[in-house]
Design a protein around this ligand. Structure first.
Ligand code: MRU
Length: 343
């Protein structure tokens, strides 16, 4: 096994992008090593690699791998090939800003390179992005653990844990760091229909780390809040607008509304790479629409939906900034009004 506690990696000796196929969890742990463009494209599109930071870093690693194996001889052909990969990959998952951020960073490095150092510079940039992601998530965990020092249990939605980043995660990092400090926080994990990232992925990584984990159906969040079972909600994010409106996994905005009603603090854990200063509000965030088969067919032997029924499958929704207590970031904890001052 190449990956050690990480969701994605770069095997520079064999020039391969490495990822855990998350569609197989929790029943099978499989690491995939690849330098094949179609396999990379499918890994992102089919959510084998998922979670905004992991998608970004994996894209950077993949671009370096693809360019290392490219036969192009001139700067122009190298750049053209890189640009084509970037333009195609960016379409896979339009909501998470990290994909756009990662391709932008790789193109910026390429622009500053020559034919001779083109491949090496991209490789070094991908390796730097791996290290940066680990450091940023650790910082989010440290600030979050401090904030949660009197907290017994949290609720989280989807998976914003170590499998959604390189290591530690964003929303689950405070739980891991608190545990390192001897403070055990219990986690309620929403199952997160339709792709069950909470039940399959969040619960897997938390249980593996010895954290007290309870999986609930999405429609039970109100019950646990009303009965005082959770002290805070922590979620990740895919894109945050200038005013603090936040896109995250479908269902997040409903939980934020419930949290406001029941007076439970609602925190978004955000690496600044998820902050999109080019958009003023969440209305400008493109929401990825996915195939309706994921709702009625994917997990069942027989379809759970009559043939004539239509489906609607938005992968994300936008939580209004007024519902967010604070953002836990690598630079500290900020209210929605404050974040734009810390870019
Ligand atoms: O569709 P997914 O599984 O990629 O969605 C993931 C989320 O919504 C996460 O909460 C978000 O990307 C943050 S991951 C640190």
């Amino acid at each position: 096994m190449f990956l050690n506690d990480a969701a994605v990696g770069f095997d520079t000796v064999n020039n391969k992008a490495v990822f855990i196929d998350q569609t197989l969890l929790p029943n099978e742990y499989k690491e995939v090593c690849t330098d094949d463009y179609n396999e990379i494209f499918d890994a992102i599109k089919l959510l084998k690699v998922r979670g905004a930071p992991a998608i970004g870093v994996f894209t950077a690693i993949s671009l370096a791998v693809l360019m290392n194996k490219s036969k192009a001889l001139t700067y122009e052909t190298l750049f053209k090939e890189l640009k084509k990969y970037c333009d195609d990959l960016i379409l896979c998952r339009p909501t998470a800003i990290n994909l756009k951020w990662a391709t932008g960073e790789m193109l910026r490095i390429a622009e500053e390179s020559t034919t001779e150092n083109f491949r090496l510079n991209l490789t070094n940039q991908a390796l730097k992005m791996i290290d940066d992601d680990i450091a940023i998530c650790r910082k989010i965990g440290e600030y979050g653990a401090q904030l949660l020092k009197n907290c017994n249990s949290i609720l989280t939605h989807c998976n914003a844990g170590r499998l959604a980043t390189v290591k530690y995660g964003t929303a689950l990092s405070p739980v891991y760091i608190a545990k390192e400090n001897g403070h055990n926080i219990k986690v309620f994990a929403d199952e997160t229909r339709p792709l069950l990232q909470g039940a399959r992925i969040t619960a897997s990584e938390l249980c593996e780390s010895g954290i007290d984990t309870t999986v609930i159906c999405d429609n039970m969040a109100s019950y646990v809040m009303k009965n005082g079972l959770v002290d805070a909600v922590l979620v990740g994010c895919d894109r945050v607008a200038l005013n603090g409106d936040t896109a995250n996994k479908i269902g997040t905005s409903g939980i934020a509304i419930l949290a406001k009603y029941y007076n439970v603090p609602f925190y978004v854990c955000m690496p600044f790479s998820s902050f999109d200063k080019s958009i003023k509000t969440g209305d400008d965030i493109v929401i990825e629409m996915r195939n309706g088969d994921e709702i009625g067919d994917m997990w069942y032997e027989n379809s759970m939906i009559p043939q004539n029924a239509k489906t609607l499958n938005p992968a994300f929704d936008v939580t209004d900034h007024s519902l967010i207590t604070a953002f836990i970031t690598e630079k500290g904890v900020f209210t929605p009004n404050q974040i734009k001052n810390y870019i």
